[in-house]
Design a protein around this ligand. Structure first.
Ligand SMILES: [Zn+2]
Length: 163
């Protein structure tokens, strides 16, 4: 019995035996194309879920803005996600349907600067435990900042994609 070959829905445009294909969103993908798709879909879903959570909805205008920013500004979903998280979780901005996603372009540079600042802080912080000769500095640093700031920064740390 001949094995039935099915076309991969990804960019390779090749045919494969069914057992070598993986189903994503009801479509068949070879392992290479499935990996590539997941790499994009993961951040895409994360960003859109986040926007949906913050605004309570995603409308057509917002989706158009996303498309436009990806084309004109060459932002990735990760860029837009981290910028949104920076604005709402770190800066404490309130999502406003009137302006939709217009804030992203406005704050992207600031968000990227903040991410690189956090990254430097994290690198320095990771060196502290090795330096047992200065245990006091750890205590001082912790008291220096409000606990909420530390938690918010850690939240941005965990994303890590701008590394
Ligand atoms: Zn493929």
């Amino acid at each position: 019995m001949a094995t039935r070959l099915l076309k991969c829905y990804g960019s390779c445009e090749k045919k494969y035996p069914q057992e070598e294909l993986e189903k994503l969103g009801g479509k068949n993908y070879c392992s290479a194309c499935a990996t590539a798709k997941k790499k994009i879909d993961g951040p895409r879903k994360r960003f859109l879920d986040y926007i949906n959570l913050k605004f309570g909805t995603i409308d057509g205008r917002m989706m158009k803005d996303v498309k436009r920013m990806m084309e004109e500004n060459e932002y990735t979903y990760i860029d837009m996600y981290l910028c949104s998280s920076y604005c709402f979780d770190v800066k404490g901005m309130i999502p406003d349907m009137k302006y939709g996603l217009a804030f992203i372009v406005h704050y992207m540079t600031e968000a990227q600067n903040y991410a690189s600042f956090v990254r430097t802080q994290r690198e320095q912080a990771s060196k502290i435990p090795d330096d047992i000769s200065k245990p006091m500095e750890v205590t001082i640093n912790m008291n220096d900042k409000s606990s909420s700031t530390i938690i918010k920064e850690r939240k941005l740390f965990d994303m890590g994609e701008w590394d």
